[in-house]
Design a protein around this ligand. Structure first.
Ligand SMILES: NC(=O)c1ccc[n+]([C@@H]2O[C@H](COP(=O)([O-])OP(=O)(O)OC[C@H]3O[C@@H](n4cnc5c(N)ncnc54)[C@H](O)[C@@H]3O)[C@@H](O)[C@H]2O)c1
Length: 246
């Protein structure tokens, strides 16, 4: 159940955080993983390879059509298939809307939304040709809940859900499912730099009583990426320890 043996997955933003958790879980499930990131992913690859995983790093900027298409072509040349696409890469540029400048607005839209377009556009023809695919994109609890200082980010994460529901209607007949995962409060570079009392206050709002881990997210993605989830499409899986609806 929920094995990915023989399948090839692309995980964008896989060098650290949730993306690295997804890479780890997918490799444990038997997939071959292409880890894409603008950051160096060799350390994550070395760690997962040491545990027996099949994973390789490609330096890819998802806002560049050229960078993305070259990487897709390299995966196809080497492995001949792309079964799973995890659109995980994302950024924040938090500031109250009153103070937010156009650059902060546009940068977040560019990575979180235009990147979603560029990567999905490059991968989709290969899934259609194979008559099989799983596309899963990162939304956020803040797409629904909103958050102070995140008008730009929340707009992209809500848009990701609309993109998902629409694309699922277009490609279902090709055996392709399209879904989102909306993480809640997850351990990350950002939470690691927060004062412990701020983290503790966040945890108090989570019914499960702890912060989420990248591996928790990896298992949520794994379900949607599995063959067994073939009748689940167009949904957002709320992986937040019970914090939503709030
Ligand atoms: N951590 C959380 O609590 C949380 C909550 C809700 C949603 N999310 C979403 O989950 C995803 C992962 O979050 P995270 O906390 O692990 O973030 P993170 O910043 O730790 O990791 C994101 C990765 O994406 C990469 N990236 C950024 N821009 C890129 C680009 N142009 N091309 C390729 N790679 C790029 C970064 O280098 C980084 O390695 C994001 O989409 C985020 O919005 C996270």
């Amino acid at each position: 159940m929920f094995r990915l043996d023989g399948q090839v997955a692309i995980v964008t933003g896989g060098a650290r955080g949730i993306g690295a958790g997804v890479c780890k879980v997918f490799c444990e499930a038997g997939a071959t993983v292409a880890l894409w990131d603008v950051l160096d992913g060799t350390e994550t690859v070395a760690e997962i390879t040491a545990n027996g995983g099949n994973i390789f790093y490609q330096k890819v900027d998802i806002t560049s059509r050229q960078s993305t298409e070259e990487a897709v072509n390299a995966v196809m040349e080497k492995h001949g298939r792309i079964d799973i696409l995890i659109n995980n890469a994302g950024i924040i540029r938090d500031r109250s809307f009153k103070k937010m400048n156009e650059d902060e607005w546009n940068t977040v839209i560019n990575v979180n939304l235009n990147g979603l377009y560029i990567v999905t556009k490059a991968v989709l023809p290969h899934m259609i040709a194979a008559n099989y695919g799983r596309i899963i994109s990162a939304s956020s609890i803040n797409a629904m809940a909103g958050a102070f200082g995140q008008t730009n980010y929340a707009a992209t994460k809500a848009a990701t859900q609309g993109f998902t529901r629409s694309l699922c209607k277009e490609v279902g007949r090709h055996g392709i499912t399209v879904n989102c995962v909306a993480p809640g409060f997850i351990k990350s570079v950002m939470t690691d730099s927060m004062p412990q009392e701020v983290v503790d206050a966040g945890i108090k709002t989570i019914p499960i009583g702890r912060i989420g881990t990248p591996e928790d997210m990896g298992y949520s993605y794994l379900f949607l990426a599995s063959k067994e989830a073939g009748f689940v499409s167009g949904i957002t899986l709320h992986a937040n320890g019970g914090s939503y609806p709030i």
